[in-house]
Ligand binder design. Structure first.
Ligand SMILES: *Cc1c(COP(=O)(O)O)cnc(C)c1O
Length: 404
């Protein structure tokens, strides 16, 4: 680490509450799949601001939309109509099962809106929401309660009531948890933070059937899987299972904070003036960025290219897994959300592998204490995938030599 990076790290560590163990780099510029730090070092970004800048850093169309809107109108609150937010909702409705949208500023806020809608829509006495073990739904108190990972709950007790966590992949166990208090089931079509765990089509269909049988709402948290990440605009399209409510955030505005909760007209009626709100939700600048983002993603071939690159990347990762069986047991994921699954020996060195990759100029992370996770910008090229694979191959060789 050179001088500029060290200077800012020291200043920052003095003033920030320590919720993050940051990497020792100060990022100053982004372009496509590349970031540059304050010492001029370049990084190939396969973490993408945690699956956010899906069109790459500073995509020209999005930058143009932000600049244009920032010159015109930045904020008025939801007491008035604005054009960008209306256009955004129209695009979301036109391209999904949904008929109505509520705008928020983050994933957790979108999920909070979904949880509140499910509860207020339910009959008297029905308030429980079942989620899955290993899930991640956010860090606010209700979304934390929905998150099926006890490590996130520790120290924050009492956790808000009314959330149950069903074992992953077990439909009979899930059905046993349904009572006359249950109002909804929430899940991610693919668990991102939980370690790139795919919910198979039959499993999702089974969950849908349970919701229909017991008159429950099905909420899909597509905050990480939505917006092209899996090769379709929304992951649910590939399962042929339609949710009643869907939440979006992360990649929606390619880096500006925004969240959305989508549902049908019938369910949306349970929210009326005064039941829910957000001062910033649907902010004109963030919405303009989101409209520009969606316009790029909906261009012909964009999503097909995600599938093509995803298949190529997955096959290349599988080759690495074959070469390093002591560390990697396989590859999973859909489109451009991929996880190289670590063996028991691999898990112990997982954080070190990520650190070594960082030192070599590659950004990625260790998810769910299980996998090396890759969520590159959806515009990633074959050459950039090859570069990552070469870097990872060198690092795996170092650790294979140690563990063999
Ligand atoms: C990131 C994430 C969230 C939380 O989003 P924030 O914007 O950090 O509040 C919720 N659910 C899923 C599936 C996520 O990946």
């Amino acid at each position: 680490m050179n001088t500029e990076n060290i200077k800012l790290k020291e200043q920052a560590d003095k003033v920030f509450i320590g919720t993050y163990a940051r990497y020792p780099a100060t990022m100053v510029e982004g372009d496509g799949c590349w970031l540059t730090d304050s010492d001029g070092r370049k990084y190939l970004d396969f973490l993408t601001g945690i699956a956010v800048c899906s069109l790459g850093h500073c995509h020209p169309e999005v930058t143009k939309a932000i600049q244009h809107q920032a010159n015109k109108l930045v904020h008025v609150s939801n007491l008035y109509y604005t054009e960008p937010m209306t256009r955004l909702a129209e695009i979301l409705v036109a391209n999904s099962f949904a008929e109505k949208v509520f705008m928020a500023n983050s994933g957790a806020e979108a999920n909070e809106a979904a949880i509140k809608l499910a509860r207020i829509h339910a009959a008297e006495g029905r308030f429980e929401i079942i989620s899955l073990q290993g899930s991640f739904h956010g860090r606010t108190m209700a979304t934390l309660a929905a998150t099926g990972q006890p490590k996130f709950h520790k120290g924050f007790e009492p956790i808000p009531q009314g959330f149950l966590h069903a074992p992953f992949g077990d439909l009979p166990a899930l059905e046993k948890m349904i009572t006359d208090r249950t109002c909804a089931i929430i899940c991610e079509p693919l668990q991102g933070e939980g370690g790139v765990r795919v919910l198979q089509r039959e499993y999702l269909q089974g969950i849908r059937n349970l919701c229909d049988k017991h008159d429950l709402l099905l909420i899909f948290d597509e905050i990480q899987t939505g917006l092209g990440r899996t090769g379709t605009l929304f992951a649910y399209e590939q399962s042929e299972v339609t949710p009643d409510i869907m939440t979006l955030a992360k990649a929606l505005a390619n880096g500006l904070p925004i969240g959305a909760m989508l549902t049908t007209s019938k369910i949306a009626k349970s929210f009326v003036p005064g039941t829910h709100g957000s001062t910033f939700g649907g902010n004109p600048v963030a919405s303009a960025a989101a409209v520009a983002t969606l316009n790029v993603m909906l261009k012909e071939c964009f999503l097909d290219d995600v599938k093509t690159q995803g298949k190529y990347f997955s096959a290349e990762l599988q080759k690495l897994a074959d070469q390093h069986p002591a560390l990697l047991s396989g590859v999973r994921g859909v489109g451009l959300i991929l996880g190289a699954v670590l063996t028991q020996a691999g898990i112990t060195v997982g954080p070190d592998i990520v650190k070594r990759m960082f030192e070599k100029g590659f950004l990625m992370n260790f998810a769910g204490n299980l996998v090396l996770r890759f969520v590159p910008p959806l515009i990633v090229t074959k050459g950039e995938i090859d570069a990552l694979i070469i870097g990872l191959s060198e690092v795996l060789a170092e650790y294979s030599a140690q563990s063999g």
